[in-house]
Design a protein. Structure first.
Length: 61
């Protein structure tokens, strides 16, 4: 029963894809948040300097 606890190839590939997409989405969210003004960020509990230190991507629009 040792194999019952191991993940298969496809499950590992799916987990890796989900993790990569999660990082990509977080980057897009941070980039979008950086487009907001400082008052809006502060009102929602964000700090511009903290967001700048995180990975971010600017949306193409």
């Amino acid at each position: 029963m040792a194999n019952a606890n191991r993940k298969g190839f496809f499950r590992n590939a799916l987990d890796a894809m989900i993790e990569a997409r999660s990082r990509q989405v977080a980057g897009y969210v941070n980039g979008t948040l950086l487009m907001l003004d400082d008052d809006t960020l502060k009102a929602n509990g964000y700090d511009r300097e903290t967001l700048k230190r995180r990975p971010h991507f600017t949306p193409p629009f």
